[in-house]
Design a protein around this ligand. Structure first.
Ligand SMILES: [Zn+2]
Length: 236
């Protein structure tokens, strides 16, 4: 666990981000499949619905990896430490680049590791949980019955009926919090906000029409130098 005041604040940037839920979000009160840890939304001690920071961080790293690869920057493969920087077992792309050197650290670290960290490089990004701005008193509990299907026999299995708690449908609930960047390279802001735009849904119930969302964040002026740097990945 890292606390904000432990991060170096020599160059701290915070972005306020809001997820607006377009369909109901699964609350994870007790589905029969998957662990509670897979569930995208829980409540804090005051009863507010929240989306855990860890949910956003994992998804955002994945989306940023895809964007960086699209720009032809060599990127390692998370979350297995063996395929991540600085080991990169079996990866043959060009990681031997001056941009991948981090002062004070051994080895080369790809652009994604320089933001999100790896087993030897500390993360320079910190996420708040996103908290629902709606008073929980005003939110009715919604339970949806579900039935697990035996995929081979294509029949509903007996005694596998379960209840799934969701947030109310079409309520346009807002979940809000901050992303904090500490001493990140200039390109980090551009990459992160582009990555966030690629997250269209959270949770494992997309096929049931749950968890769709869009994002709002303030207009941020990102330097031309940051965009130019990212575009450089195309040069061989
Ligand atoms: Zn890496």
């Amino acid at each position: 666990m890292i606390y904000l005041d432990e991060l170096s604040n020599s160059k701290l940037t915070s972005y306020k981000i809001t997820a607006i839920i377009d369909s109901a979000l699964c609350v994870g009160a007790g589905g029969s499949s998957g662990s509670l840890a897979d569930k995208p939304i829980v409540r804090n001690s005051e009863g507010n619905l929240l989306i855990p920071a860890s949910q956003i961080k994992g998804r955002l790293r994945h989306e940023c990896e895809k964007i960086a690869r699209g720009l032809r920057w060599a990127v390692c493969y998370s979350p297995n430490p063996q395929t991540m920087c600085p080991q990169r077992a079996g990866l043959t792309e060009n990681f031997d680049r001056p941009e991948y050197q981090v002062p004070g650290y051994e080895g080369k670290h790809c652009l994604i590791c320089q933001i999100f960290g790896n087993p030897v490089l500390p993360s320079r990004i910190l996420f708040d949980d996103l908290i629902c701005t709606e008073d929980p008193e005003n939110l009715p509990e919604v339970l949806r019955p579900g039935v697990t299907i035996n995929r081979r026999r294509r029949v509903a299995e007996e005694q596998k009926l379960y209840l799934l708690e969701t947030s109310p449908a079409n309520a346009q609930l807002n979940f809000t919090g901050h992303i904090h960047l500490s001493d990140t390279p200039d390109y980090a802001g551009a990459l992160i906000l582009a990555g966030l735009r690629h997250i269209h849904a959270l949770g494992g119930s997309k096929s049931a029409g749950l968890g769709w969302l869009h994002w709002e964040f303030p207009d941020i002026t990102l330097s031309q130098a940051a965009w130019d740097f990212l575009a450089k990945g195309d040069e061989k």
